[in-house]
Design a protein around this ligand. Structure first.
Ligand SMILES: CC(C)(COP(=O)(O)OP(=O)(O)OC[C@H]1O[C@@H](n2cnc3c(N)ncnc32)[C@H](O)[C@@H]1OP(=O)(O)O)[C@@H](O)C(=O)NCCC(=O)NCCS
Length: 352
């Protein structure tokens, strides 16, 4: 039998299986890590040059080649981390490296204060079986359907909203509400931080942290009597999720938030209608709008989406989520003093 090799990982020196190439290492990536960008999907690759503080990036190097990457973000306010992508290059798969890589990522997340991790992914991703086997092997819970992504032509979406019973009344919003460009003053920034500290917004980034990726023509501040009470944020995307329309402009509506006190008034529907109408006028009826809604936190909106938008959508994708956490004995150990564990009011999110 071959002797087990030892390698350095973020968790310290561990015995490696003989099946793993002896020169495999799992460095925590900091600074510029663009060499690993091909091991995640397009937009997440931007988080590698340089790696921002809230991002947890662990590479896999075999024979001096970058061959794997686990990428995620800290959700500092809640001692959680979100795994955005994990990949091992095809020639190195099925050798236990994916599991080691994920464990190294979890160890780094733990090091930085997280005691739970989670991930979301499209039900139709190629390689789902391998991902789920990997997660199960690393002790994550089985996946459940947590949300929906709807991909549709914006013109049809606008038409549909216009036919909803009573929609005219809803869209003729009380004058106290307005949909305005995302120009935020000091009071707005305070409001954003306050809203993001709401557990319900734990999966949100808000308009400040992801400012550089927002498409400002389609992102708005929702105001009531001039005060910020919510937002609808959008970004251009090169991944319209439709094979036949890759040259058609596509806008991804990333995040919608409204102060709970003002929900049920059709304000958010009005906000989508406003942005979709603007998209239609700037990019055309056939441009693509991609929209996510969560079964977990917004079940009414998800039901409405299924009933109303799914029939006219080009594609509806189920989003699955899985989670894992530290084994109980570890939960009693003090973390390493990372600010994340001080329950700050920052929040980061993403999905596979
Ligand atoms: C998912 C992925 C990272 C797994 O990497 P890997 O190095 O092959 O994983 P491991 O060898 O450590 O295998 C971990 C477990 O998953 C199982 N597994 C891996 N690939 C599998 C597959 N295709 N089918 C079934 N089980 C599989 C292994 O058997 C192992 O379980 P075991 O220890 O009980 O035998 C790799 O398949 C990959 O990069 N896929 C493409 C990228 C991707 O789709 N990422 C997910 C979305 S971002």
């Amino acid at each position: 039998m071959l002797a087990a090799a030892e390698i350095q990982t973020p968790v310290g020196r561990v015995a490696e299986q003989a099946a793993i190439p002896p020169r495999a290492s799992f460095p925590v990536l900091r600074g510029s890590a663009g060499l690993f960008a091909s091991l995640t999907f397009g937009q997440a690759g931007a988080w590698l040059e340089p790696v921002p503080d809230h991002v947890i990036a662990v590479g896999l190097i075999v024979g001096a080649r970058p061959v794997g990457l686990a990428l995620g973000t800290l959700l500092p306010g809640w001692a959680q981390a979100e795994l955005l992508s994990v990949a091992v290059t095809p020639s190195e798969r099925r050798r236990g490296l994916g599991r080691r890589l994920l464990e190294a990522w979890q160890a780094e997340a733990r090091e930085r204060g997280a005691v739970e991790w989670r991930t979301s992914y499209n039900a139709s991703i190629p390689g789902r079986e391998a991902l789920e086997a990997l997660l199960a092997r690393a002790g994550w819970t089985g996946s459940h359907a947590s949300g929906l992504v709807v991909v549709g032509r914006v013109g049809k979406m606008v038409d549909e909203v216009g036919t909803w019973p009573g929609v005219a009344g809803r869209l003729a919003l009380p004058r106290s509400y307005s949909f305005e460009p995302l120009e935020l003053g000091a009071a707005d920034i305070e409001a954003v931080e306050r809203y993001l500290s709401d557990p319900e917004a734990a999966d949100m980034l808000g308009p400040i942290r992801q400012a550089e990726r927002l498409a400002l023509d389609f992102s708005i501040a929702i105001r009531r009597d001039g005060h910020l009470v919510g937002w609808l944020l959008a970004a251009e995307t090169s991944r319209p999720l439709l094979d036949t329309t890759s040259d058609v402009p596509a806008i991804r509506y990333l995040e919608a938030y409204l102060d709970p006190a003002y929900r049920r008034g059709g304000i958010m529907v009005g906000a989508y209608y406003h942005c979709y109408s603007k998209q239609m006028s700037l990019l055309g009826r056939d441009s693509i709008a991609i929209y996510y809604t969560s079964h977990d936190s917004r079940p009414r909106m998800a039901a409405l989406t299924l009933r109303r938008f799914a029939p006219i959508a080009e594609r509806v994708e189920t989003i699955l989520s899985a989670s894992g956490r530290l084994p109980v004995p570890f939960l009693n150990m003090p973390p390493n003093g990372h600010p994340a564990f001080r329950m700050s009011d920052e929040s980061h999110s993403g999905s596979i």
